[in-house]
Design a protein around this ligand. Structure first.
Ligand SMILES: Cc1cc2nc3c(=O)[nH]c(=O)nc-3n(C[C@H](O)[C@H](O)[C@H](O)COP(=O)(O)OP(=O)(O)OC[C@H]3O[C@@H](n4cnc5c(N)ncnc54)[C@H](O)[C@@H]3O)c2cc1C
Length: 415
């Protein structure tokens, strides 16, 4: 069937926002092209599990072609969009030009190192499968090196792991890494004195997970301390040279591992766009999620900047998903000559895990911490992972880890 006469919807990015837009247009009389530089959708909230050898990359990612196998009006193209012409309505992809009637820019974000080039070079980050696997290989490699290091000071430095950023990702990574050491590595390296191993969580501000209510911040600090994470508040990193971290107060920490979780900004393609931008390089958009002056262009998810009640919407998956849902609805409305609707974020609550049996949550205005919050976290994440097979495998993995204290993916692989 020739569908060339149908409006062409171009969606850039198969992350949370782009995926939801594409799904919301299933069955609509349109031609959708979904583009991503990777061939998979990635469940980023579980990247830290790949880094701490809890899950395999394939368990938190799903090929986009598999996801949309049954959606007839959608074609997937793998490739990196290198330029966008909003006036003439086309993008540049893989050396050619692709025209559109509606554009959905859902390109997400990237790690913001705030100009710390040394950390970008010598440190680690959790942003995609490559960076998570690189972090896992490095962490496991540190134990191997420490196991044959004769000098106690050098051994201690090899087993010192610094995580920068006390937001949810930093907290989750610190808790999980502390448990990997105390429950798993202790069995793999019986001759190593793992009392020497330290997980240090640096936060420049006065509290961890500052966007969470006070009771949850306190519970987080308590749970992490119980797992022997060394929390340092008001600790501003000044420099890192691959051997030691220097803090603003002049103190030094010898380490070969700095995991940076302290910031995020808009992705590369956004840098070159001549549009109005706000903090972190995100694109300012209308409350209808459209680009000012270009009603046929929607910018959503981490790439977009929108305020509600005077506060910028956070760069989190629930915002991206809800914006994807509304974008699909607004495109349908515009095709039916109706005006687009305004975005209102429905906050589903807050959730962060701090290792086995421990999490903090705020749902329906009620704060939980400890085991109940952890059970909620486990089931919500299993529910949200895409793909029936992945859900079963992740559930099996976590149950195994839970009962046998044994992260199964302790592989050092070639990158
Ligand atoms: C380590 C980590 C932990 C997180 N934990 C949580 C959490 O617990 N809870 C939560 O709600 N949120 C969490 N987040 C944030 C959440 O993952 C993001 O808010 C969400 O992914 C944003 O969705 P998005 O669709 O805007 O972008 P993304 O999901 O980042 O998707 C963007 C897509 O665009 C593609 N792309 C980018 N540029 C181009 C280009 N030029 N051409 C083609 N394709 C391109 C990318 O490959 C990617 O697939 C976490 C993020 C990270 C990194």
């Amino acid at each position: 069937m020739n569908t060339n006469h149908l409006p062409h919807i171009l969606i850039i990015g198969a992350g949370f926002a782009g995926l939801e837009t594409a799904r919301g247009l299933a069955g609509a009389p349109v031609r959708i092209t979904l583009i991503d530089k990777n061939n998979h959708h990635l469940f980023q909230p579980l990247l830290y599990q790949v880094a701490i050898a809890g899950l395999l990359p394939s368990q938190i990612a799903q090929p986009v072609r598999t996801i949309f196998r049954n959606q007839r009006n959608l074609t997937f193209q793998m490739g990196e969009v290198s330029a966008i012409n909003f006036e003439e309505k086309y993008v540049k992809l893989n050396g050619s030009i692709m025209a559109y009637d509606y554009l959905v820019l859902a390109v997400g974000g990237r790690t913001n190192f705030f100009g710390f080039d040394a950390i970008e070079k010598d440190g680690f980050q959790l942003k995609d499968l490559e960076t998570a696997v690189k972090t896992r290989n490095h962490l496991l490699g540190m134990f191997e090196q420490a196991s044959h290091e004769g000098d106690p000071e050098k051994r201690k430095a090899l087993l010192t792991f610094v995580i920068v950023g006390g937001g949810p990702t930093g907290v989750e990574t610190a808790g999980a890494l502390a448990e990997l050491i105390s429950h798993v590595m202790v069995k793999d390296y019986p001759r190593l004195v793992l009392g020497d191993a330290r997980v240090i969580l640096l936060e420049a501000g006065p509290s961890l997970i500052s966007s969470y209510p006070d009771e949850l911040r306190k519970a987080t600090a308590r749970l992490l301390t119980r797992k022997h994470v060394d929390i340092r508040l008001n600790a501003k990193l000044e420099s890192y040279n691959g051997q030691f971290v220097t803090l603003a107060d002049g103190s030094r920490i010898e380490t070969q591992t700095v995991i940076w979780t302290a910031g995020i900004k808009a992705t590369e393609i956004v840098d070159g766009l001549r549009v109005d931008k706000a903090s972190a390089g995100r694109i300012r958009i209308e409350p209808t999620l459209q680009l000012p002056g270009h009603p046929e262009t929607f910018v959503i998810g981490d790439a977009a900047f929108l305020e509600e009640n005077g506060q910028a919407l956070p760069m989190i998956s629930t915002v991206a998903i809800q914006q994807g849902v509304l974008t699909a609805r607004n495109i349908r409305r515009m095709l039916a000559q109706k005006p687009p609707e305004t975005f209102r974020y429905k906050d589903p609550g807050l959730l962060a895990t701090i290792g086995r049996n421990a999490a903090v949550a705020r749902i329906f205005g009620i704060s939980f911490s400890g085991f109940i919050a952890w059970v909620i976290w486990v089931f919500l994440h299993i529910y949200r992972i895409i793909g029936f097979r992945n859900r079963i495998i992740v559930m099996f993995n976590w149950a195994w880890d839970y009962f046998f204290y044994d992260n199964q993916v302790r592989l050092i692989t070639k990158e």
